[in-house]
Design a protein. Structure first.
Length: 101
């Protein structure tokens, strides 16, 4: 191989490598941009989810308070029913005792 051919091959390889390196740099830049955009999008989605989770938590807290009040009412009503039942049974027992055999 003569010197001129070797220099020509070297020049083509060097140019090819330079072009390849430029393309690699372009791809890296695009990739960084895409990653940053993906990160920003993820941050927006995460913040939206945090807001929705806060709303759900507030709703659960409200329901817990309502249920607590309702359970207290139910317990009071059960207590009243138990009182009526005791009175009724006591009355029945008294009638049984008063009844001649």
């Amino acid at each position: 191989m003569d010197r001129e051919t070797a220099d020509e091959i070297k020049r083509h390889v060097t140019e090819g490598l330079r072009d390849l390196w430029t393309e690699i740099q372009d791809v890296r830049t695009e990739l960084r941009t895409e990653i940053q955009e993906g990160r920003r999008h993820s941050d927006v989605v995460a913040e939206s989810l945090r807001s929705e989770i806060r709303l759900v938590a507030e709703g659960v807290t409200g329901l817990d308070e309502k249920f607590t009040v309702e359970f207290k009412k139910v317990r009071e009503e059960i207590g009243e029913v138990n009182g009526f039942l005791r009175l009724s049974y006591a009355d029945l027992d008294r009638r049984k005792m008063d009844k001649p055999s």
